[in-house]
Design a protein around this ligand. Structure first.
Ligand SMILES: O=P(O)(O)OC[C@H]1O[C@H](OP(=O)(O)OP(=O)(O)O)[C@H](O)[C@@H]1O
Ligand SMILES: O=c1cc[nH]c(=O)[nH]1
Ligand SMILES: [Mg+2]
Length: 212
C-alpha cells in the first residue's frame, strides 16, 4: 500500500479552516469540495489514458484521453458524499457507485447498509472517497468489497488520516493482490480513546450534514 501525504500550502490552509470548530456547515462543505479537487489532482496522476489523434486549427497532433473502461468513483456515505462534486469536476466522464457504511461508535466496527455498484468491476480503476481514515476499518471493508467485485487498482482519497489506522489498514489488506494507494491531505498525530482523529476535525458527517 502506497501512502501519499499531500504537501501543499493551499491544502494546509484550507484544512486549517476545515478543522476549526467555529467553521459552519456551508463553509465546511465548500472547503471539503475545494480540498478534494486539489487532492484529486495528485490522486489521478496514474489515471489510465489512451492516445487520441486530433486536429488543431494549425496541425494534426496526437494527444491523450481517459481510457476505457472509465474510472469508477465511490463515495462512502454519508461523509464521502461531500467529496463527490469536487472529484467529478476533475473527472467528468467517470461513473459513480455508492457504498453506505457506518461505524459503530462503541465497537468502532464498520458495517455496510447500502450498496449501489456495478456487479462486475473487472479491469476498473476505482477512486474511493471518504474524508476520514481513523481506525481504518471502514476503508479496509470498502477496499476489500471493491476487490471482490474485480477492481484491479484502487486509490482512496481522504482529507485526514491517523497513523494507527493507516498501519492497521495496511495489515488488513496485505493479502490483496491489487495496488492500493491512499492520498490524504494530512497525517494527524493519533486517535483518541473514542477512535477520533486528533487534532482532526470532529465528526465529518455531522459537520457536513448535521447530527443524526
Ligand atoms: O476509519 P474508521 O474508524 O472506520 O472511521 C472512519 C469512518 O467514520 C466516519 O463515518 P461514520 O461512521 O461517522 O458515518 P457518516 O459518514 O455517516 O457520519 C467517516 O466518514 C469514515 O467513513
Ligand atoms: O475523527 C473522526 C473519526 C471517525 N469519523 C469521523 O468523522 N471523525
Ligand atoms: Mg459520522
Amino acid at each position: 500500500m502506497r501512502v501519499h501525504v499531500a504537501d501543499h500550502p493551499l491544502i494546509a490552509h484550507k484544512l486549517t479552516a476545515l478543522r476549526d470548530k467555529d467553521t459552519d456547515s456551508p463553509t465546511f462543505r465548500r472547503l471539503a469540495d475545494e480540498l478534494v479537487t486539489l487532492l484529486a489532482y495528485e490522486a489521478t496522476r496514474d489515471v489510465r489514458v489512451e492516445p487520441v489523434d486530433i486536429v488543431t486549427p494549425v496541425a494534426p497532433t496526437r494527444g491523450i484521453k481517459l481510457a476505457s473502461p472509465k474510472p469508477l468513483v465511490v463515495p462512502i456515505l454519508r461523509a464521502g458524499l461531500g467529496m463527490l462534486d469536487g472529484m467529478v469536476r476533475l473527472l467528468p466522464t467517470a461513473e459513480v457507485g455508492f457504498l453506505g457504511m457506518v461505524r459503530n461508535e462503541e465497537t468502532l466496527e464498520a458495517t455496510t447498509y447500502a450498496n449501489r455498484l456495478p456487479d462486475d468491476l473487472s479491469g476498473r480503476q476505482c477512486y474511493v472517497l471518504d474524508p476520514m481514515l481513523a481506525t481504518g476499518g471502514t476503508l479496509a471493508a470498502a477496499i476489500r468489497y471493491l476487490v471482490d467485485l474485480g477492481a484491479d487498482d484502487i486509490t482512496a482519497i481522504t482529507l485526514l488520516a491517523a497513523p494507527e489506522g493507516t498501519a492497521r489498514l495496511e495489515e488488513q489488506i496485505a493479502d490483496l493482490k491489487v495496488p492500493v494507494t491512499i492520498v490524504t491531505g494530512a497525517m494527524d498525530e493519533r486517535l483518541n480513546e473514542h477512535g477520533y482523529i486528533v487534532p482532526g476535525l470532529g465528526d465529518a458527517g455531522d459537520r457536513l450534514y448535521g447530527v443524526v
